[in-house]
Every structure is written in structure tokens, then in C-alpha cells.
Design a protein around this ligand. Structure first.
Ligand code: UDP
Ligand code: MG
Length: 310
């Protein structure tokens, strides 16, 4: 019996892209000796993504879908897909065809060679905006310096996971998912493949600058407590420096020019005020994480599954 490969594809407002990606992947998979299946995750789309999926799943036996009760975000949609995907291997990729299907045979080849997790690395792409390239590079530098995991520049959520990695992933109870870091952390045998991303086929990117900054902060605070240590060290350093300042204050008092120096006081207050807010903010980020985790809410709710109609 041939082995089953499942494609987990999160989709938020991707009505035009879904038929195309199904066709492109099918063209590749039909020539390979595997059984395959699509598991689309409709992440609270407001366009016709769901009806496109309903229609496709009737016409095409390879297509299955889950529809979430609202938009839970890319990472939670991926988790929903991984939680429900069957098969000996799962390949996750974006619905917008930025992850080239032509890479699929390579992923499968590496898997056949015994690699449990085959990830992909996005190579520099000219038409990606300079801002996105620079912020992305900065993000990987920061996370690699701050945490114990080592992420290659441009690691994407386009990867193949063996069944045993998927089973392990399902055991994670972590909120504010940062999947590319988590799978790296999980271990197993891993290998990377580089690719040149294509342009988005249709529709617009759902990652605004605001969402990217949030995602980056979540990634860093999920894998490192270094920012907390840095906050503490900064606090210690300035406390020490201010102790050195005391003899100077006493000296000036005896010199009799204590009123002058207003500017330096205001400057110091503004500086330390800002510093304290920053440090409180860092602590707040971790506290927020604990808060979200302690509620232990499900990552998503499902309102509809294609196989319930069957
Ligand atoms: N996506 C999702 N939920 C969201 C945002 C995005 O399921 O809240 C999906 C989206 O449909 C796409 C993938 O995640 O398949 C990557 O999103 P996008 O292409 O917008 O991000 P970018 O490639 O611009 O980083
Ligand atoms: Mg995209």
C-alpha cells in the first residue's frame, strides 16, 4: 500500500488561490507513488473561501477541509490542521502559492532518505519590499542571539513532518504558538532546503507590520528569558552608577551650587522613567504569556468539517 501524504494549508480569504494550488499540487502528486490528501483550514475567511472548499470537497475526493469558528491566526490554523491531518507525512504550506509546489518532490525525497522534518529556507527575493527583508533579517539575528534555538534566516512555515513529529507536536500545550521555533526545538532528524519564494498569486498579505512585530515578540519571548535578565542587569548597572553619583551630590552641596543642575535632574528623570517603562514592558510581556497560558483555552474552535457530511 502506498504511503499517505497530507497537505495542511491554512487559508484566510484565499478563494482565488485554492483551486490553483489544488491543481498544481495534484499535477505533481499524480506522478508520484503516494496517496495524498488536502486538508485546508479555513481561518475565519470573509470571502468565499468556505464555499469554494465545500464545492471542491464534493468534486474532488482528495480535498478535505476544516472551518474554524472565527479567525484564530495563521499559527493556530496550522495547529488545527496538524491536529487533524492523517498520513505518514504532513506537508504544510501557504495557500497563496508563495511556497512553490515544485519543491514537494524534493521534500519527499529527503523524507525517504530518513529525515523526519524537512524545513525550507526562503532565499532573498528581489521584489520583496526592502522593509520586509531588513526586518526579517533583524528578527532572525535577535532570536538567534537571545535564545537556545538556532533558526536559519528566512525559515518559513513550509515543511514536511513525519508522522512521529506530528504526533509529538500534538502533545505541545503551548499558547502563542511560534511553530518554526517549536519544531526546531523538538529535535528529530532535520534538514533544510532553500527556495526562492514566488509572488503571492492573488489577494493580499495578512501579515501587516503590526502583526509581524507582534509575531516577532511572541517568538522571542517564547524561546528566551534573556530579555528579563537584560532588564535586571540594566537595573543593577544604573543602581550602581547612581551610587557613584552620591559623593558628587554631597560635594556640590558643600560648594553651595545645589540649585543649578536642574537640567541634569530632568534629564535623569526622563531617562530613568523611560528605562523603567521599558523594563516593566518586558516583564509585562512574560506576565501576559503566563496569563494567556493559565487560562488554557483551546487554540481554536471548529464549526465545520468536510468529513462530517460524508
Ligand atoms: N493565514 C491564515 N490566517 C491568518 C493569516 C494568514 O490562515 O490570520 C494564512 C494565509 O491564508 C496564507 C498563510 O497563512 O495561506 C500565510 O499568510 P500570508 O500569505 O498572508 O502571509 P505572508 O506570506 O505575507 O507572510
Ligand atoms: Mg503569503
Amino acid at each position: 500500500m502506498s504511503r499517505l501524504v497530507s497537505f495542511v494549508i491554512p487559508a484566510c480569504n484565499e478563494e482565488k488561490n485554492i483551486p490553483v494550488i489544488v491543481k498544481e499540487i495534484a499535477a505533481i502528486m499524480d506522478s508520484l507513488p503516494y496517496a495524498y490528501r488536502f486538508l485546508f483550514v479555513d481561518d475565519g475567511s470573509s470571502d468565499h473561501t468556505l464555499s469554494v472548499l465545500q464545492q471542491l470537497s464534493k468534486e474532488n475526493q482528495h480535498v478535505q477541509y476544516l472551518s474554524l469558528s472565527r479567525n484564530f491566526g495563521h499559527q493556530n490554523a496550522l495547529k488545527a490542521g496538524l491536529d487533524h491531518a492523517e498520513g505518514d507525512a504532513v506537508i504544510m504550506m501557504d495557500a497563496d502559492l508563495q511556497h512553490p509546489p515544485a519543491l514537494i518532490p524534493l521534500l519527499l525525497e529527503k523524507w525517504e532518505e530518513g529525515t523526519d522534518m524537512v524545513y525550507t529556507i526562503r532565499k532573498e527575493q528581489e521584489d520583496l519590499s526592502l522593509l520586509k527583508r531588513k526586518t526579517s533579517a533583524l528578527f532572525y539575528d535577535v532570536i538567534n542571539n537571545m535564545s537556545d534555538i538556532e533558526l536559519e534566516q528566512g525559515t518559513a512555515d513550509f515543511r514536511l513532518m513525519d508522522k512521529k513529529v506530528v504526533d509529538a507536536f500534538r502533545q505541545l500545550r503551548e499558547h502563542e504558538l511560534f511553530i518554526r521555533g517549536l519544531v526546531k526545538w523538538m529535535g528529530f532528524s532535520q534538514a533544510g532546503i532553500a527556495y526562492i519564494p514566488s509572488a503571492r498569486l492573488s489577494g493580499t498579505s495578512k501579515y501587516t507590520i503590526k502583526k509581524m512585530v507582534r509575531f516577532a515578540l511572541q517568538g522571542i519571548t517564547s524561546f528566551s528569558t534573556k530579555p528579563l535578565y537584560m532588564a535586571a542587569y540594566l537595573g543593577f548597572s544604573f543602581a550602581f552608577l547612581s551610587v557613584l553619583y552620591i559623593p558628587y551630590i554631597i560635594y556640590s552641596f558643600y560648594q553651595g551650587h545645589t540649585v543649578s543642575g536642574w537640567a541634569s535632574i530632568i534629564a535623569a528623570i526622563a531617562f530613568f522613567g523611560g528605562l523603567q517603562l521599558m523594563i516593566l514592558g518586558i516583564i509585562g510581556l512574560y506576565l501576559g504569556k503566563l496569563f494567556m497560558q493559565s487560562k488554557n483555552r483551546p487554540h481554536y474552535f471548529i464549526k465545520e468539517r468536510s468529513w462530517d457530511h460524508a
